[in-house]
Design a protein around this ligand. Structure first.
Ligand SMILES: NC(=O)c1ccc[n+]([C@@H]2O[C@H](COP(=O)([O-])OP(=O)(O)OC[C@H]3O[C@@H](n4cnc5c(N)ncnc54)[C@H](O)[C@@H]3O)[C@@H](O)[C@H]2O)c1
Length: 432
């Protein structure tokens, strides 16, 4: 099939590359000229394990192309996936849909034969209705169908998630589009993905409801971790004991820093905003947002306690600054608020991240990037394990840290507190 992905970011690039690997002809479009030029040269703009090999393979067999020309790419394609950003609006919790509607307007001048227009971006319920209205101002309704097909991939596991999804959700009541899309996804369905055909509005809501539920699970266990710290119970035992119940499940039930990333913070806010618009109070999700907003402050208070309120001139090393492992995405990472707060209190922060130096910290005084773990931790008073990269799981701290009085605050509980005690290392985890 001939596909066009509009927006070549985390979702558009990964799904475009994977669709081409399944045998389709795919054009990935982006308005960012540099990104497109780089991709044409094989330079991948994001860190995503396995992505570079798939891009090279499918470019060389000519199934995958990159372009900045939206109109021409849409004209050449039968199925158009909208994969642009839907960030939070500047002065409200609602999703900013300007990128989506701009694309809808642009598409409408390139439709001369039947096309399926799909929102893969996460969009609030009724956005599909709006896109249909915009396009039908220029094009006969017989020539297009607007479908919702939300994407559930996770950064860091994106290729596996795309190729082996739990489910493919297709929101359309039109038989023709449903048949074409079931066929497009048939290689994934034959590997075990469940195919869910529902209304467009339901598909839009399924995505937000899923993200809000996962954010709730994380926040639930984070709050329980706060209790565990007061009653000498290990939160890891609680996660295991609860997670083994199949009705609950162990995933997204590990205590840690505030949830971040490009999806949960914005999507929890957007679903609450949509519900408010329809005069429905999603009070559970509202309290999840509030609790998560407070989480970084709580962890900073813990840092103060660990350092006995003597933060000034302390050398604090962050291992990992992205919101999770195996991605370079800094959007809404809790390090973005924690590091500046520690600096304000007089700390000297350095950090190491396997995906390199971050522009977000470049202008901050007293924040330094180290390009390897050993030099990063060498002179630390406090080492904060912020992100769960495998690279951080077997560090010989005793050998590598010169300051013998160093302390570790492991926000991901990747080390055993008992082993650390045996090694006589001062070690704090979350919910321990
Ligand atoms: N990142 C994830 O893990 C993830 C997972 C599932 C769903 N989503 C959703 O998918 C959508 C995209 O997310 P993302 O993380 O890939 O965003 P992103 O910011 O990485 O990529 C969006 C891209 O769209 C391009 N763009 C914007 N307007 C354009 C236009 N008019 N023409 C061509 N290109 C244009 C931008 O230049 C950018 O490269 C969002 O709605 C997000 O919520 C993201």
């Amino acid at each position: 099939m001939k596909l066009c992905m509009i927006g070549t970011g985390y979702v558009g690039l990964v799904s475009g590359v994977c669709f081409s690997d399944l045998g389709n002809e795919v054009i990935c479009v982006d308005r960012d000229q540099k990104k497109v030029e780089d991709l044409k040269k094989g330079i991948i703009p994001i860190y995503e394990p396995g992505l570079d090999e798939l891009v090279l393979k499918n470019c060389s067999n000519k199934r995958l192309k990159f372009s900045t020309n939206l109109k021409e790419s849409v004209l050449k394609s039968d199925i158009i996936f909208i994969c642009v950003g839907t960030p939070t609006k500047k002065n409200s919790n609602g999703a900013d849909l300007s990128q989506i509607y701009n694309v809808a307007k642009e598409i409408s001048s390139s439709i001369s034969k039947f096309k399926i227009i799909i929102t893969k971006s996460t969009v609030p319920v009724t956005t599909g209705d709006e896109i249909e209205k915009i396009i039908s101002q220029k094009v006969s309704k017989k020539l297009f169908s607007v479908v919702s097909n939300p994407e559930f991939l996770r950064e860091g596991e994106a290729i596996r998630d795309f190729t082996y999804p739990d489910r493919v959700v297709i929101g359309t009541m039109e038989k023709k589009s449903n048949k074409i899309l079931k066929n497009l996804y048939s290689p994934l369905i034959s590997k075990g993905a469940k195919y869910v055909n529902t209304s467009r509005r339901a598909a839009e809501l399924i995505k937000y409801a899923s993200n809000a539920f996962l954010a709730t699970k994380i926040t639930f266990i984070n709050e329980l971790a706060n209790l565990c710290e007061k009653i000498n119970v290990n939160i890891e035992d609680i996660s295991i004991g609860m997670g083994l119940d199949k009705r609950i499940g162990g995933r997204f039930l590990r205590a840690g820093p505030a949830y971040g990333g490009s999806c949960f913070p914005k999507d929890t806010k957007a679903i609450v905003s949509t519900a408010d618009k329809f005069k429905t109070n999603l009070s559970v999700i509202k309290s999840v947002i509030k609790s998560n907003d407070n989480r970084s402050l709580l962890l900073l208070k813990r840092v103060e306690d660990i350092l006995k309120n003597k933060i000034k001139n302390k050398k604090i090393c962050f291992l990992g600054v992205t919101f999770k492992a195996n991605t370079d995405d800094m959007r809404d990472s809790s390090s973005l608020s924690m590091i500046p707060s520690l600096i304000k209190k007089g700390a000297k922060v350095n950090y190491y991240d396997p995906t390199g130096e971050k522009i977000d910290f470049k202008r901050l005084k007293n924040v330094k990037f180290d390009d390897n773990i050993n030099s990063a931790i060498k002179n630390s008073d406090l080492i904060i394990i912020h992100t769960e990269w495998n690279d951080f799981k077997s560090i010989n701290f005793k050998k590598k840290v010169q300051n013998k009085k160093f302390v570790i605050f492991d926000m991901r509980n990747i080390y055993s507190a008992t082993k650390m005690k045996e090694l006589k290392i001062k070690y704090f985890g979350v919910g321990l």
